[in-house]
Design a protein around this ligand. Structure first.
Ligand code: ADP
Length: 494
């Protein structure tokens, strides 16, 4: 807005019309005092100031304006009579005015000057706005940096207090912080501790994690700086997002004692199951001999007892076999002997042995899904073991129900073998865990005997056949355990 200050209303009127015709907004004042009041209250882009006014003349007004910090930059055009003394004009400039126009006012010249000043005012205003935004941005960044620094300090204090080795790194893998424990394993804060020859490389695994953005978890043996011994550590590296840039925090947790205990337990299981297997095989053989020698009446009590002993010996035998398999898997020695065989033959054999061992059960076993004489390339004995395991579980966890179904279907380039029961089922959130070593569903573990290793062994066997294994169960309506096997016969068997 432009302020016109003149004691003569006619002059004001004609100037106001002239400026408004060019779309300028205009305010007016008829005395120096009125002008000063308005200038203090509002912001003007330009002041057009008549020099000769009664009471307070234009120069006095300008001097006052120059005295206020809010207005001292506002440009002024003085209007003075032609005969204005040069002394007065200089006075005008001294007091902050920027230009003058002589009376009678030439409208073109005045408009030219007004436009120039107005443009100047707009540019100055725009610059001020930019400067203000910049200052705000600088302030915001300073504040953000301060907050970040205090968060980083907090994180470092936390990491320092951990009982683990801890570090942070950027998303290129450059280590930028390590806690005190780091130096028990590395002399250099920027280099990862030395790992056991042949263990996976930390740098390579970390690099892959950083690329994918996924957390890293791996077991690795680290060399201690003082004694040169290696100890098992669990390395975990997690991304932490800060202003959409990710930094990573890592810890090494000492799991050496746990690993040693696990190894001792595995060794014990391996020795114990081997040692138990030999006398048990003898017991089994002698029981069969005894059975044949005694020639007992089928319905006699003695025959029943012999039968039960044989049944219990079989159970013990299968428990020990599972333990043996477990230690073989742990040592990478579970042998898989692949040959081409008839799948139906294998299924029949599994069903026969289950019916034999569960002759007391009232459950009816149905065979569903014709696969003809489908040939499979795999270890028949091990795959039968999987099916027997599924069926044994079905008889165990669905005892008292009416039926169990063995179903076969062809799916794309695989065959799917399912055992469907209508027993207690498995809660959805626990279904993936049942294939873990020693896992038993807690709610039912007291009601049924077992070690929780059968399905783990099954999963290993199916994995070594490049198949899949899973369970489907919707609550208490039973469970469907299945495995798939690829239909990829060796070329010479087709
Ligand atoms: P075990 O039966 O000796 O405990 P498994 O490895 O065969 O061990 O099974 C692991 C767990 O899975 C079992 O303890 C049981 O909780 C659950 N489970 C397995 N089969 C079934 C089934 N058919 N119905 C319900 N739960 C089952």
């Amino acid at each position: 807005m432009i302020l016109i200050v003149d004691d003569n209303p006619d002059n004001i009127y004609s100037l106001q019309k002239l400026l408004e015709s060019k779309n300028f907004k205009v305010d007016t004042a008829q005395s120096g005092e009125e002008a000063l009041k308005k200038i203090l209250k509002y912001n003007y882009a330009l002041i057009i100031l008549d020099v000769q006014m009664p009471d307070m003349d234009g120069f006095e007004v300008a001097e006052n304006i120059a005295g206020f910090s809010k207005t001292k930059e506002t440009p002024i055009i003085f209007l003075s009579a032609v005969n204005t003394d040069k002394r007065f004009i200089t006075k005008g400039y001294d007091s902050g005015g920027l230009d003058y126009v002589t009376k009678p006012v030439d409208p073109d010249i005045l408009l030219l000057k007004v436009k120039t000043f107005y443009r100047l005012y707009e540019q100055t205003q725009a610059l001020k706005d930019v400067q203000q935004t910049l200052e705000l941005e600088v302030e915001r960044r300073k504040q953000a940096q301060k907050e970040l620094r205090s968060k980083v300090d907090y994180l470092h204090t936390l990491l320092e207090s951990l009982p683990q080795i801890a570090f942070t790194c950027d998303n290129r893998g450059n280590i930028d912080f390590v806690n005190g424990r780091w130096f028990q394993f590395s002399d250099d804060a920027a280099i990862f501790p030395q790992t056991y020859p042949g263990d996976r490389s930390i740098a390579a695994e970390l690099h892959a994690s950083l690329q994918s953005g996924k957390p890293l978890e791996m077991e690795v043996r680290l060399k201690k700086s003082i004694c040169g011994e290696y100890s098992y550590q669990l390395l975990r590296v997690w991304p932490i997002l800060e202003n959409s840039e990710s930094n990573w925090v890592g810890t090494f947790t000492d799991i050496d004692a746990q690993k040693r205990a696990e190894k001792e337990k595995d060794e014990f299981l391996s020795i114990a199951s081997h040692e138990l297997k030999t006398p048990l095989t003898s017991i089994k053989a002698y029981m069969q001999l005894l059975d044949r020698k005694l020639k007992l009446e089928e319905e006699s009590a003695e025959a029943k007892y012999v039968n039960r002993v044989q049944g219990q010996v079989d159970k013990l035998n299968s428990l020990i076999s599972d333990l043996l398999d477990l230690s073989k898997i742990d040592n990478g020695k579970l042998l898989i002997n692949k040959k081409v065989f008839s799948l139906e033959h294998m299924i029949k054999s599994a069903i026969d042995s289950i019916i034999q061992t569960h002759d007391q059960s009232n459950m009816v076993l149905y065979r569903q899904g014709d696969i003809g004489d489908l040939l499979i390339y795999g270890d028949e004995i091990r795959l039968e073991q999987v099916l027997v395991n599924f069926l044994t579980n079905a008889y165990k966890y669905a005892a008292g129900t009416e039926k169990v179904i063995v179903d076969c279907t062809l799916v794309e380039d695989a065959v799917k073998i399912s055992v469907i029961d209508f027993g207690i089922g498995i809660p959805v959130e626990k279904q993936a865990d049942v294939f873990e070593k020693f896992y038993r569903v807690e709610e039912t573990s007291f009601d049924f005997q077992g070690l929780g290793i059968g399905l783990y062994i099954c999963a290993e066997i199916i994995r070594s056949h490049q198949g899949t294994i899973a369970v489907e169960s919707s609550g208490e309506q039973g469970a469907t355990f299945y495995f798939t096997l690829p239909l990829n016969l060796p070329v010479d068997a087709k």
